[in-house]
Design a protein around this ligand. Structure first.
Ligand SMILES: Cc1cc2nc3c(=O)[nH]c(=O)nc-3n(C[C@H](O)[C@H](O)[C@H](O)COP(=O)(O)OP(=O)(O)OC[C@H]3O[C@@H](n4cnc5c(N)ncnc54)[C@H](O)[C@@H]3O)c2cc1C
Length: 346
């Protein structure tokens, strides 16, 4: 366990929001995780687990203990048809992909450059370029923090859905993800459905080419949090009725729409925001990114509240024009813990 010198959270959230916690500690082992949690619980402090801080917005100072998940370790096992990889929740997601590709273990390349920790990947079932975490997940290991009991949930028990899982619901409070198990098939199949990946042919594309193409696309489209604070896509792509989708399509034939199995339709939130001419719109130092409307950025000294004000403005504008109410993908953290992000911007 290590104690952080400062209680400033700016370095621990990719939005780069200045907010303080009462105490910040890093859990480098299960024992230190449990003792940090139990010490805070004894004092009745609010507790927040944090990975890379790339999916959170601090709306004010956090009046409690932040526990940084730094549980490391990667074990690779070879079986006949697949690789089984057991990864500590505190490992960095992108570095894991790089390490596996170097060892010629493939299947994660479409998910390259997503910031954050491995242990956070199941929580919102991260996805990009045609693949979601659930497709490579074998199991997720958790610990019940009150009792220290270890729990393993197999993939089919995790209730994975679009940016959702059981870890946002039943296993949210008082549980920590400690490791994940990945299963990567040796019979590698490229996924080439999105962006510049469509230019490759299934016959001769290599995983390394996909990895580099994904990194290039992301670097050209998304602001680097190290340069301009952000948390990636701020809003989820809304899922609407086929009826509303048809109405929008008749007025805007170019509207990107993706039919779901249940005949509902997923619409690109970035496109909706762009149609409201909001790229570059700012409130203080909080701004809609000039190239990618789905990303809200911190131009320097944005506060959590200015990001909330901007998100409210964006949501209202999209609702006025399309009768669609956007919901944040980013998790909002108030003084005592997570708060209802939809309520916050309504
Ligand atoms: C530039 C950029 C691009 C992005 N692109 C994508 C993308 O393409 N696809 C995508 O899906 N996401 C994307 N994201 C969002 C983000 O990277 C992912 O959601 C990532 O998995 C978050 O990991 P993290 O470790 O930073 O989580 P954090 O932000 O630290 O935590 C997220 C939530 O999980 C909880 N938590 C953290 N660790 C644990 C734990 N061990 N146990 C229990 N709960 C825990 C936290 O309390 C918090 O509520 C992007 C973000 C950025 C900044």
């Amino acid at each position: 366990m290590s104690v952080c010198q400062s209680t400033q959270l700016k370095a621990f959230n990719t939005f780069g929001i200045s907010a303080c916690a009462d105490y910040i500690g890093a859990a480098t082992s299960i024992e230190s995780l449990l003792s940090l949690w139990q010490a805070a619980k004894k004092k009745e402090y609010p507790i927040l687990l944090l990975g890379g801080g790339s999916n959170v917005l601090f709306t004010e100072n956090f009046k409690g203990t932040v526990i940084l998940n730094r549980l490391l370790g990667i074990k690779i096992q070879e079986a006949d048809t697949a690789w089984h990889i057991h990864v500590g929740a505190g490992e960095n997601w992108h570095q894991l992909i790089k390490l596996l590709i170097k060892q010629k273990i493939y299947g994660l390349e479409n998910l390259a450059l997503i910031p954050g920790n491995v242990g956070s990947a199941p929580i919102q079932n991260i996805g990009a370029y045609g693949i979601e975490f659930k497709q490579v997940c074998e199991f997720v290991d958790l610990i019940e923090l009150e009792t220290g009991k270890h729990i393993r949930l197999m993939e089919n028990e995790c209730q994975f859905a679009y940016r959702d899982s059981i870890f946002k619901h039943q296993y949210k409070e008082d549980y920590a993800i400690t490791a994940v198990g990945l299963r990567l098939n040796k019979a590698w199949e490229p996924i080439l459905t999105y962006g510049s990946l469509t230019q490759f042919s299934h016959e001769d594309v290599t995983p390394e080419q996909i990895f580099h193409a994904v990194c290039e696309m992301r670097q050209s489209k998304l602001p680097d949090p190290a340069i301009m604070g952000n948390a990636g896509s701020f809003f989820k792509n809304p899922i609407i009725s086929a009826e509303l989708a048809k109405k929008i399509k008749s007025e805007y034939p170019e509207c990107p729409q993706y039919y779901q199995d249940d005949n509902s339709v997923k619409v690109a939130a970035g496109w909706l925001i762009d149609q409201c001419h909001l790229k570059g719109h700012s409130i203080g130092d909080a701004a809609v990114h000039t190239k990618q409307a789905l990303v809200l950025v911190n131009k320097g000294h944005a506060t959590g509240q200015s990001i909330v004000a901007l998100a409210t403005y964006v949501r209202n504008k999209v609702a006025e024009k399309f009768n669609i109410f956007l919901e944040p993908e980013v998790r909002f953290i108030g003084a005592e813990g997570e708060i209802d992000s939809v309520e916050c911007i309504s």
